[in-house]
Design a protein. Structure first.
Length: 114
């Protein structure tokens, strides 16, 4: 699986390690979205540690479900997403992050995966 993100003007496409859920391999786009988000949050945390500073980040995504769950607007009702949401929340609490939903057509990072 690959994840794409833009930090400032720098575009990156990275391989995400082959991750498994407790129930087996990824079986939905929402699982993949959460794994991509967790990968990004870990990357941002490591960037901050390497710089010795805390940056503020705006995380834009085209998955309405994931973005709204991260903002607390939607509850997580699907059992296999609960631990992923918990891990993403834990990581985001270590950073200064804001989550914003964007239309798929305006998701610059998403085009990098096409």
């Amino acid at each position: 699986m690959k994840a794409a993100f833009v930090i400032g003007e720098k575009e990156s496409v990275r391989d995400v390690p082959d991750l498994q859920t407790p129930d087996g391999p990824m079986r939905s786009s929402n699982i993949a979205e959460y794994h991509g988000l967790i990968f990004l949050l870990r990357h941002l945390r490591d960037l901050d540690r390497g710089r010795g500073s805390d940056g503020a980040y705006l995380i834009c995504g085209d998955s309405q479900l994931v973005i709204r769950q991260m903002r607390g607007e939607y509850r997580v009702r699907t059992a296999h997403l609960v631990p992923l949401r918990a891990e993403a929340s834990r990581l985001s609490s270590e950073l200064d992050v804001e989550f914003r939903a964007v239309p798929r057509a305006k998701n610059r990072a998403g085009f990098l995966l096409e």
